[in-house]
Design a protein around this ligand. Structure first.
Ligand code: ADP
Ligand code: MG
Length: 661
């Protein structure tokens, strides 16, 4: 039902609501308050100056507004609380003046100075609250007031909307949950905290139930879906492995073994390789892509950034030197002619191995016989993007690589639809990266260390949060650091800049020069966060470290320590941020993610561009983990008993999932 049905809501306001992602009455009802104000007005004041007090008062004098400067005014009047006359003042509410008539009862919220009899209000309710009241507080946008949202939502409840309940009846009964409609009503217009609790619990369960349903349904579907049953010469694969410049770790061997089994079996491969940064996931994928090619099919590797795709391309060219395997790169910024050449080769089956970014997803990329799809840094892609690539093949196998920044237990639940290979141990000979948090005034010392590393023939990464100067000069930017470094090193060190806004040909050129050791210090934004592999780099400096989450910092640090040399990481921050200490303590990505989870909860753990798959409105994976497990168990029985066949809600959902997959 569209918003024009809401009484008292005009066109302009409808536009404003769109900024809050509210487009329908249904959206409006699902726009949850993020906190509540509990108002229980007292009839007298207390002497504590620091407590926020809520009292009812009767207005004694006309309110006077003084305009101090633009957008700054003060409203003052006298009022009576019990027997006491007080002087009330409030900032920026001159517009209330006409509503505050003498003799009217209002509710004041603010602090009271007992000696001076002055009350500085931060809010005034012009209609006095006579009974205890709970006020929902919503995230707002300019031009929409909380009280307006309250009113519109109240009006929405009067409309004949039907709200779909994702909790199946049997579970509603089993847990004695209130209905969805009741839950929404309790959430928006609660009469007690008990009601809020009841509503929240039910809505959290609902979200997690539906989430687990999607996962478990996919898993069941995958387990039944047939893949390509391959045959290839095992000996050739073993020869390839034995010619690698290193020996596989036991975890890598196991992951390769399981993957090869997947390829040979008639079941469709749906495997996740989960391992910390630098644990060596790429080679696992490479071996499986090789086996797939041996069996006569094309392989594709999709990476989230152009830099990473290009790097994979160059290093795979090296790995497959001397093998007759045709490899091509496909990224968005390539010239049209070049793209056309590559897509034609892909279509005619002349390419065995394609590496690219989401440019691979466009319609004109058609594979001749795609057999294996590998997605690197899979948490960077949404489900849809991954599936789109998979659908370019007929029954193609899929392999995901991820250094997912979430703890193991959660990962296993969330990725429950996939088979998982865990790479827990890093290749031997790796030393932990020595990590130190430094203040800005220790910069000289850090510059000294950089110089020492470069004299040893090593290379350095520097990361800053922004590219150029911005209004907030507290942040370091890439360009300014380049100037600083050039001055400090007086040209004895080759310093270059790399960031996302640069042309891709320039980016690849700089990346290549860095790989070749021509550039010593590479200053960049977080574009180098994922996957880049330059083994000679031994130092990572991160400016404004407080701006980054632990997962990002750990990923960034993972760019160094990729050989047997001692590597270092300096986190530069003028703030005392306890979470940075976690990185000084540990190099273990899983430990760090547990700590991160502990300290922040799910929060912004996934970052903006990672939120694709898992954005809950109310549930929090950490806090509600028990509910998640229960929901999982319930979903399993729901699927086993085929109960979903009686639920129009789930039949519809299945249609949607099937369509996408
Ligand atoms: P990630 O898991 O972060 O993607 P990579 O696959 O990029 O890590 O591997 C990191 C580095 O370790 C690469 O340079 C790779 O060649 C190297 N490497 C991988 N496996 C081994 C091994 N078993 N022994 C030594 N080095 C290895
Ligand atoms: Mg990688």
């Amino acid at each position: 039902m569209d918003l024009t049905n809401i009484k008292g809501l005009n066109e302009k306001q409808i536009k404003l609501l769109e900024q809050l992602n509210i487009y329908t009455v249904d959206d409006l009802l699902h726009y949850y308050p993020y906190r509540y104000e509990f108002l229980n007005p007292a009839s007298c004041l207390i002497s504590d100056e620091d407590t926020i007090q809520v009292v009812n008062a009767i207005i004694e004098t006309e309110a006077k507004a003084s305009y101090i400067r633009k957008n700054f005014n003060l409203l003052r009047f006298r009022a009576l609380v019990g027997e006491e006359v007080i002087q009330v003042s409030i900032y920026n509410r001159a517009f209330l003046k006409t509503s505050l008539s003498i003799g009217k009862e209002v509710t004041l919220i603010g602090k009271y100075n007992f000696k001076k009899h002055t009350f500085v209000a931060n809010d005034i309710k012009v209609n006095a609250i006579l009974k205890p009241k709970i006020i929902p507080v919503y995230h707002l946008t300019k031009g929409v007031k909380n009280i307006q949202l309250e009113k519109w939502i109240f009006e929405a409840f009067r409309l004949p909307v039907s709200i779909l309940d994702a909790i199946p009846n049997s579970f509603l009964e089993r847990y004695d949950f209130i209905s969805k409609m009741e839950a929404l009503l309790y959430l928006h217009c609660p009469k007690s905290t008990q009601e809020i609790k009841q509503a929240r619990l039910r809505l959290i369960y609902e979200e997690l139930f539906e989430f687990m349903f999607k996962i478990m349904y996919l898993k069941e579907k995958e387990s039944k879906s047939f893949g390509l049953q391959r045959s290839f010469d095992d000996q050739k694969v073993q020869d390839f492995i034995s010619k690698l410049p290193f020996q596989l770790t036991s975890d890598q061997e196991k992951a390769v073994f399981d993957g090869l089994q997947d390829l040979k079996s008639e079941k469709r491969m749906n495997r996740l390789v989960l391992g910390d940064v630098g644990s060596g996931k790429t080679i696992v994928a490479t071996i499986l892509m090789y086996a797939n090619i041996l069996s006569g099919y094309q392989s594709v590797l999709m990476a989230p950034t152009e830099i990473l795709a290009t790097q994979h391309y160059l290093s795979l060219l090296k790995t497959f030197e001397g093998y007759s395997i045709h490899i091509e790169l496909l990224v968005g910024n390539m010239k049209a002619r070049e793209k056309k050449r590559v897509t034609e080769l892909i279509m005619t089956g002349q390419v065995d191995l394609v590496i690219g970014t989401h440019a691979l997803l466009t319609e004109n990329v058609v594979f001749s016989n795609l057999g294996l799809v590998v997605t690197d840094e899979q948490h960077r892609f949404g489900v849809n993007q991954r599936k789109m690539l998979q659908n370019k093949g007929y029954r193609s196998d899929v392999l995901y690589l991820s250094a997912t920044p979430i703890p193991r237990t959660y990962a296993l639940t969330i990725y429950g639809d996939m088979d998982t290979s865990m790479i827990s141990k890093k290749p031997s000979g790796r030393r932990p990266v020595i990590t130190k948090v430094k203040k800005e005034n220790e910069l000289k010392e850090v510059l000294g260390s950089i110089y020492e590393e470069i004299k040893l023939g090593h290379q350095v990464y520097v990361v800053a949060p922004i590219i150029e100067e911005s209004e907030s000069d507290e942040l370091h930017n890439v360009n300014q650091l380049k100037e600083k470094f050039d001055i400090a090193f007086r040209g004895r060190v080759q310093v270059a800049v790399l960031h996302g806004k640069m042309k891709s040909s320039l980016k690849s050129e700089i990346m290549k020069q860095y790989e070749d050791g021509i550039i010593h210090v590479l200053i960049s934004t977080t574009v180098i966060e994922v996957g880049v592999d330059v083994r000679n780099a031994t130092m990572m400096i991160i400016f404004n470290a407080e701006r980054f989450g632990l997962a990002t910092l750990h990923q960034l640090r993972g760019r160094v320590g990729r050989n047997d040399l001692q590597s270092y990481c300096y986190l530069i921050s003028n703030q005392d941020i306890p979470r940075l200490k976690v990185l000084e303590e540990s190099n273990d990505g899983f430990y760090i993610s547990e700590k991160d989870f502990e300290m922040r909860g799910q929060g912004d753990l996934f970052g903006v561009d990672q939120s694709g798959d898992m954005s809950f409105q109310m549930a929090d994976l950490k806090r509600d983990y028990k509910i998640l497990l229960q929901a999982k168990e319930d979903v399993i029985s729901f699927l086993e008993n085929k109960e979903y066949l009686n639920s129009s809600y789930y039949l519809q959902l299945i249609q949607k999932i099937d369509f996408m997959n």
